[in-house]
Design a protein around this ligand. Structure first.
Ligand SMILES: CC(C)(COP(=O)(O)OP(=O)(O)OC[C@H]1O[C@@H](n2cnc3c(N)ncnc32)[C@H](O)[C@@H]1OP(=O)(O)O)[C@@H](O)C(=O)NCCC(=O)NCCS
Length: 181
């Protein structure tokens, strides 16, 4: 425990140049530690090999990347427009809500940017995680077993819009009552 974070609270911050090595290590350990048994070991190794430090550095430069931190980085997420293109949590911090918190952050930013849907490619091991968070399969599985998935955001109407709707409804039922049959 440290004085800066005495109760082990998870903070979320934007990634910055220099984070790529730590984020790469989380990516590697989360794939190797959390994707079994749905993803066979050889496939997991190929998945790990699919993105190195250069790919993560580009993500930090060109996209929105957030890092969950408890003293050190413990998870991260990448958003490109309305697509969630990476989400990894270190195995020793999994099943504590870190992945959900990062996803929530990503969805808020996607919604604030004006998108009505979020999209991602859900890997076999993470399908249930996304299904439990409102994502639906939106296409056939790819050859590696991953699924295109989409979440439609339900737009909450402002109080003013709700009041206008109420007035319209009241007016139309008043007209119905006064117009001749
Ligand atoms: C998928 C992944 C990001 C989930 O991260 P996570 O931090 O474990 O996610 P959460 O803790 O928010 O939720 C996971 C489960 O733990 C449960 N959980 C959350 N907090 C919990 C707690 N305090 N105690 C016990 N269980 C808890 C949740 O209910 C959830 O279960 P559900 O999906 O059945 O609802 C992580 O497993 C991972 O990095 N996997 C490997 C890489 C990967 O597949 N990434 C996705 C690529 S598409």
């Amino acid at each position: 425990m440290s004085r800066s974070n005495p109760v082990g609270v998870t903070l979320i911050r934007r990634a910055h140049p220099g984070d790529e090595e730590a984020l790469g290590a989380i990516r590697r350990s989360s794939i190797l530690g959390l994707s079994a048994p749905r993803v066979p070991a050889d496939e997991a190794e190929r998945w790990v090999g699919g993105a190195g430090a250069a790919r993560i550095a580009r993500a930090i430069r060109e996209h929105s990347v957030w890092v969950a931190v408890q003293e050190t980085a413990i998870g991260w997420i990448e958003v490109d427009q309305n697509r969630v293109t990476a989400l990894y949590v270190a195995p020793e911090f999994s099943r504590r809500g870190v992945g959900s918190g990062l996803l929530c952050m990503a969805e808020t930013s996607i919604q604030r940017a004006g998108h009505a849907t979020a999209r991602l490619l859900g890997s076999r091991n993470a399908l249930d995680f996304y299904l439990h968070r409102g994502y639906l399969r939106s296409g056939p599985a790819l050859s590696d077993g991953s699924h295109p998935m989409t979440k439609h955001f339900t737009r909450r109407r402002s109080p003013a819009a709700r009041y206008l709707g109420f007035l319209r409804q009241a007016l139309s039922s008043a007209k119905e009552q006064t117009s001749p049959g």
